[in-house]
Ligand binder design. Structure first.
Ligand SMILES: [Zn+2]
Length: 226
């Protein structure tokens, strides 16, 4: 239903290459889908993303769908999604990835899909979190609740101690936090993000979620840098 509605509102041309979509194609044409380098992480638990977090945080499962290369097709897609308002790309990736993740035993008991919150300043500039559409389509397809209120990012101004010529300058930073109640105890949280590089943001977010008693964490990203 959701897919059908999206098709009504968005012109039926490929969001990546602009060629006309066939009736069985959704947002990204078959040719572009073939050009996207897939990681197949979901077929191997001890994959590159999972091992990135060894000794850092305990995870049930971790994966990225695509490889992100500079000047490659994935970079172009993510750029359109993040900076050009093409949120339908996030939906397409979510529905596509859900078909693969459906068979993943490690995440079959996930209770909540949690997006990495965007820095409040970025959210104000961009007007949307680029991960939302991805998360909502995963939620729709896998029938898992989407929750963007448990994990938050709050803003604070840090006054620098060193005095510059212009006097004290303040730097706007942000910090992650969690808000939860008993209802969220002993749950499995699937943390989602767009592109994973060092994993430090996801590590910080996981640490917050692990403050919830009995929390289990898994991570799913659209892409990873190689
Ligand atoms: Zn295309």
């Amino acid at each position: 239903m959701f897919k059908y509605l999206l098709n009504l509102f968005f012109p039926k041309s490929c969001s990546v290459c602009n060629s006309i979509l066939l009736s069985n194609e959704y947002v990204i044409c078959t040719e572009c889908r073939h050009d996207i380098p897939l990681t197949n992480h979901h077929k191997n638990k001890n994959n590159e993303v999972f091992s990135k977090f060894y000794g850092r945080i305990p995870l049930e499962f971790a994966s990225a769908f695509f490889y992100f290369h500079k000047k490659g097709i994935v970079q172009e897609m993510i750029h359109k999604l993040k900076y050009k308002g093409h949120q339908e790309i996030g939906s397409a990736i979510g529905y596509w990835y859900a078909e693969e993740l459906k068979n993943c035993a490690e995440i079959s008991d996930v209770d909540y899909i949690i997006p990495v919150p965007l820095h409040p300043k970025r959210l104000k500039e961009r007007g949307y979190n680029q991960v939302t559409a991805f998360g909502e389509s995963l939620s729709d397809s896998l029938d898992i609740k989407y929750n963007d209120t448990i994990l938050m990012r709050s803003i604070y101004s840090k006054t620098q101690t060193t005095k510059s010529i212009l006097g004290r300058s303040s730097v706007v930073e942000s910090v992650f936090g969690v808000q939860f109640n008993k209802m969220h105890f002993n749950k499995h949280f699937l943390l989602i993000d767009d592109v994973i590089t060092t994993g430090s943001t996801l590590e910080a977010c996981s640490r917050e979620l692990l403050k919830i008693p009995g929390a289990k964490i898994s991570i799913v990203c659209m892409a990873m840098t190689q």
